[in-house]
Write a protein that binds this ligand. Sequence first.
Ligand code: MOS
Length: 743
Amino acid sequence: MSTTNHIGKPTSRVDGPAKVTGSAKYAAEFQVPNLAYGWVISSPIAKGKITKVHAEEVLAIPGVLEVFSHENVPSLAWFDKNYKDDVAPGGSPFRPLHNNEIMFSQQPIALVVADTLELARYAASVLRIDYDQQEHDTNIENKRDEGFEPGRGKTGWMPPPPPRGNPEKAWDDSVHRIEQEYVHGTQHHNPMELFGTTVEWRGDGKITAYDKTQGVVNVQNYLTKIFGLSKDDCRVINLYMGGGFGSGLRPQYSVFLAVLASLELKRSVRVTLTRQQMFSFGHRPHTLQYMKLGTNPDGTLATLQHHALHETSQFEDYTENVVNWSGMLYQCDNVKLGYQLTKLDVFTPQDMRAPGAATGSFALEVAMDEMAYAAGLDPLDFRIRNYAEKDQNLDKPFSSKKLRDCYHLGAAKFGWDKRNPEPRSMRDGNLLVGYGMAGGVWDASQQKAAAKASLTMDGKLLVTSATADIGTGTYTIMTQIAAEYMGLPLEAVTFKLGDTDMPEAPVQGGSWTAASVGTAVKNTCEALGEKLLKLAQKMEGSPLKGASIEDVQFVNGQIRLRKDPNEAVVLRDVLQASGEDKVEADSSAMPNMIKQQPYSMHSHNAVFVEVKVDEELGTVHVTRVLNAVAAGRIINTKTARSQVLGSIVWGISMAMMEETVMDHKFGRYMNHNYAEYHIPVQADVHDIEVLFVEEEDDIVNPLGVKGIGEVGLLGVAAAITNAVYHATGKRVRELPIMLDKLL
Ligand code: MOS
């Protein structure tokens, strides 16, 4: 029933003007009357017990309303140990102010609430808290031998598949072998927007929480369970987000504390975290990866063995998929994958853009590069030789897989053939030049989602769904999809999101929003189309009488017969004739399990990088990056490209700069600010390019989209590391590649 007027076009962000003019409101910007302000007190010690909170001293200050701590928080329903929100890791969920135990540095231990922000901050600065300090351990090196396999924790966690073939014998029989450890430190999400919540007290225990989150429905579920509120009494809104990257998947302690204070004080309360506190609620875990690769004489992989060990907290078992990808990206019959956690006195790690895969692909793809050199093969040729035609983990074919095109088209566009395979052989003046490549695989998944559409007399369509736009382009692509399926110009369509009063949608994560909410929007528009057709058929002399939905098209604000486009009815006239001031429909979408079950569904990419290295200074410039991505149908080539450009910048960051440094003496992250947590600036980003490889797939979902948020990050850090090796002959196996690693 549709034309392709909007899908696939480089439409500019429909929310762009609101964002650049400042009219887009973020969680901590909502003005509500009689607002009180909360200031979070973070633990200065990494482990121990609070023996006394001297609250009375600051409560004497005029304007200080309350000090919330374990000493006075009411006993809440959620202290039920079995409670879990939709994305909480396994184990016992972190419960702020629950008791006097301190389990990590910067743990939120109290909230001071006052009439003004300044007063709350001042009172927090003078509040005395006594502690009993205990020994802590924040160093993964001390806990290498205490790894354990997690049980099934959070939703979607898949343990590695059992070993296949005979990995040990294949290792012994291999003609070339690589056995190495690959390491990356802790990284923090660092979105520009601080976590913050403005809770509006609506009277009688009813609240509206404007909260920074990647999923309002998830936050509402969390709050209703914890505080025993009904959904009607607890509305959650988040219209815009200044970056999430996974940090907003879990409801954060800021929303808990703000709602607690609001309900207790019966007053509107805002809690905003500081930049330092943005390093206290989850991170990409410090991970040690061990790889063993062996090849046969013909350059095929004889065995692939990948083991990962990463940190988690003492109380929750955070899991991510680090190693499973290694069992599916290349054809190999003798595979062993292992995955373990080890407990440290830190907060629980948290999904961070392409969780697990970004780091797993670093180890795998650097090891593959090392193996290619050991076997005397070009790194690209080596990968193509070991191309996986099916997913050996699941023993299923791929619903679609255009990785070969990513390799070939990417290599051609990049000029890979100009690469002299010999390390240290290419120069630009006094700079060493290196070419490196790598790639990756990510899930193409779909979650249940719902939407609602409403067409009004003025010919305008409003579509709503409680999804999020964390900067990904949701507002824009949903507008495009709705305009496409209703045959309307973009200007006639408004898409609204981020409000629990709207139909339910999942958290924005896992690269599933386009597939999940997009399909729901499509279904909803089709449901609306059927209603409109019925109304049109009731019109006097309707040319559509007797037509089925398949017989008609929605084009240019009309419903018209496919076989005779001159036979048409204008949508506005349909509304007029119906006597209704609007026509509404709602619908939802779920993955088609029966259709999908026989297949493995994934997106893929291949990254090509040029670096220039000044050997005397040890400086690396990532001068060119080309990222070839096969992610199904691209709804919007502009916003999708933006996402991959962002991924490339992040990959440069991951390879060259990012690391949260722990001072183990204090058990605290030292560089918890933008000055010392290094990320790329304009001068660090040179020529970056995105190539979308055409890929059709009607199995993943009716739109054929696979999602683009995470796949672009895969392999970028590995390709840079591999290019650095090609340039210098120095193999770096620990990120980030700081100067000292090359001098
Ligand atoms: Mo993404 S780490 O699933 O927000």
